[in-house]
Write a protein that binds this ligand. Structure first.
Ligand code: IVH
Length: 674
């Protein structure tokens, strides 16, 4: 082929592939077979392989997702925060929201738009000159993770905006929406997972979340994800449409899909009627919705009505009640958690709840089983709501035949046979053997997890394989894996092994707080781990700390402090920490010199109202330790007001001055990131 031929062939292939993808994924009207699509894609890949200089970021080939050596996701700051929504639960609370919006807007009538609330994950897609540049998860609303390569594998996300009839190409636009998994795709995926002996995902949302966070985009591509847009974050280059409804129409012209049937209304009665209609639809849809979002249509009025502590007052979500179905309890099975707790799970006759097959429900603990008198063989009412694990609501006692078998918790650990213990006043029974293989396995899953050492690419299943092969006995062994043999494992290969090794190496740099969170010290989760790291700065100093010194940490209770001291006094824990240190895992956060600026230096906080988990002085100490100034009164200079319960005039003043108001949780997440 001449150079010219190559150019025109590439252009033709790309145009066709983009169009076919749009017809298939957005319009649901394919015009070519899958085989034709694949053939064209293969040809494109062959040409691009031979001419790497001609690969463009918007080429459909980028959807295949070349594997990168990346081991974690970079952070992305959202230029416009991604807010959350207030909830309403019935007609009455919807009317109350409407009243507040009317008062804030200073008018009685306004157009409204309703759309289904998709149960997925919010992402923000930045397009520069019409080409997808960055895609980020919502994260905490201010900072998300850069998952561009993975988002590019989703066919209903345009890599290049389509030519719109009524709008030019914006110089920059941020499109927001929900990544979700269709129910049919979810059920098929779970069937595949179970056929290969794996653990099924709990619900489509979890499954979508897991898929989006795969480090290898080819894995994401193998997971069927979809995207619906619901708004823009910002638009540069021309004025944005005046109304929300028109914004959605513009996005459709650019090649996006909105969830079906967004609708404009002129009264709140129409809105409520629509909410009830959607409730009746939810089982029929091939995607999960957990409610209906209502938005004031006029963008001008949205601005007038404004935002209150991270929630726009111009929008709200009507949350559906949980869906219930009846089924049978086939068995009750115990798993042993990382702290030794015996967790009972009901295995159910598979039941379709709202289009999703449910096979398990949590039973919490033995008191719960006794209180609800759940027996093996019982007919029970099961419910699932949003993201929570399915629950058994009640037993249908009238359906009993007399063959049901009452359940009693095992007196011996089902994994290691050690007699189980139940402390007085505590609902959980546990296995006290810290060397119980189940505890070790669960502890390992926790250590590598996202909130701790975040070893991306080392999932629970692979970690279990390493344990089964005798390669991992404790956390230290993760850093001494036989990499040549890892590369030879079935289903892995040299490239994946290399990526995994990179991820393991990268985890050595995790902060002291994360390491402490990962060690599994009883009662020490992320929050307490960070408090300890901030106070002691190094593992060595923490190991030597006395009970009184640990108790001095603001926010540290007596039970937690005792547990910390006990943990470090235990020789087997000391041994693991030595192994980790010898492997080069970071053991300190480096103490900032007293005049060195902290991450919150220059920020002025005002605390008001009753906080839930911290006392006022603990919160102040925590902020000061990071360099922030804590002041008693709100002014224009105030960076944030942290408002607890019964926050009074200070919160009002903040609203008046436009100072951001944080909840206690917001403040803690800010502190965690600092
Ligand atoms: S609008 C100002 N519209 O619900 C907030 N959100 O609970 C803008 N969601 O983070 C949200 N479907 O992830 C909006 N049609 C829809 C939605 C939707 C699902 C999610 C979104 C948001 C969360 C808030």
């Amino acid at each position: 082929m001449t150079e010219e031929d190559v150019y025109s062939r590439l252009a033709l292939l790309r145009t066709n592939l983009d169009r076919w993808s749009y017809e298939y994924h957005v319009l649901d009207q394919p015009t070519v077979s899958d085989a034709d699509y694949d053939e064209a894609m293969q040809e494109l890949l062959r040409i691009e392989d031979a001419h790497p200089e001609l690969v463009t970021p918007d080429s459909p080939s980028q959807r295949v997702g070349a594997s990168t050596a990346q081991t974690t996701f970079a952070k992305v700051e959202h230029p416009v925060p991604m807010l959350s929504l207030s909830n309403v639960f019935d007609r009455e609370t919807l009317l109350a929201w409407w009243g507040r919006a009317q008062r804030a807007a200073g008018r009685e009538t306004m157009n409204l738009v309703t759309e289904p609330k998709i149960d997925g994950l919010a992402v923000a897609l930045t397009y520069i000159d019409g080409v997808l540049h960055t895609g980020a998860t919502r994260g905490d609303g201010y900072v998300g993770e850069n998952v561009t390569a993975n988002l590019k594998t989703i066919r209903s996300i345009p890599i290049r905006l389509k030519q719109a009839d009524d709008y030019p190409v914006p110089s920059r636009i941020e499109v927001r929406g929900e990544v979700y998994m269709k129910k049919s795709d979810f059920n098929a995926l779970n069937n595949r997972i179970m056929e290969s002996g794996g653990e099924p995902f709990m619900n489509p949302r979890n499954s979508a979340a897991g898929s989006l966070r795969q480090i290898d985009p080819r894995k994401t591509k193998a997971r069927p994800l979809s995207f619906y847009t619901w708004d823009i974050g910002y638009l540069d280059g021309f004025p944005r449409p005046d109304s929300h409804y028109d914004t959605l129409q513009m996005l459709i012209q650019y090649g996006f899909e909105t969830a079906p049937h967004p609708m404009r209304h002129q009264s709140i009665d129409e809105v409520w009627e629509r909410c009830e209609w959607w409730l009746g639809q939810r089982d029929e849809l091939n995607f999960e919705i957990d409610g209906v979002v209502t938005k004031i249509d006029s963008v001008y009025l949205q601005d007038e009505i404004g935002i209150i502590s991270r929630e726009p007052r111009w929008a709200t979500a009507y949350k559906f009640p949980a869906i219930q179905k009846t089924t049978q309890v086939e068995d009750i099975v115990i798993t042993v958690g990382r702290t030794g707790t015996l967790n009972p799970t009901a295995f159910l006759a598979p039941v379709n709840i709202g289009g999703v097959t449910v096979r398990r429900a949590t039973l919490h603990n033995e008191d719960e089983i006794a209180r609800k008198d759940i027996r093996i063989g019982d007919t029970v009412v099961v419910q699932r709501a949003g993201d929570v694990i399915p629950q058994i609501v009640k037993v249908i006692v009238e359906a009993r035949t007399g063959n049901e078998v009452p359940y009693s918790m095992p007196q011996l650990c089902p994994v290691c046979g050690t007699p189980t213990v139940r402390d007085e006043g505590v609902a959980m029974r546990y296995c006290p053997n810290s060397a119980c293989p189940a505890r070790i396995r669960e502890g390992l899953h926790h250590f590598i997890s996202r909130g701790a050492m975040d070893i991306v690419g080392l999932g629970a299943k692979l970690a279990d394989r390493f344990v089964d092969l005798g390669w991992i006995h404790d956390f230290g062994d993760i850093y001494d894996l036989p990499w040549d043999e890892v590369a030879e494992l079935e289903g892995l290969g040299p490239k994946s092994a290399e990526n995994l090794r990179g991820a393991v190496e990268a985890s050595k740099e995790r902060s002291l707080g994360r390491l402490l969170a990962g060690l599994g010290i009883p009662h020490v989760g992320e929050r307490n781990a960070n408090l300890l790291a901030r106070r002691f700065h190094s593992m060595q100093r923490l190991e030597q700390a006395t009970l009184d010194e640990v108790l001095e940490v603001p926010g540290m209770g007596a039970i937690v402090a005792q547990s910390v001291v006990d943990f470090f006094a235990n020789p087997s824990n000391q041994h693991v920490i030595e192994k980790l240190a010898a492997a080069g895992v970071n053991m300190s956060d480096g103490e900032p010199a007293s005049d060195e600026p902290g991450p919150l230096t220059g920020k002025i906080f005002v605390l008001t109202g009753r906080l839930e988990t911290l006392t006022r002085s603990e919160a102040e100490a925590m902020l000061r330790e990071l360099g922030a100034t804590v002041s008693g009164s709100v002014s224009k200079k105030t960076s944030y007001v942290v408002a607890g319960d019964d926050a009074g005039s200070k919160a009002d003043k903040a609203k008046e001055l436009g100072v951001p108001i944080l909840s206690e949780q917001d403040m803690l997440s800010l502190v965690r990131q600092a």
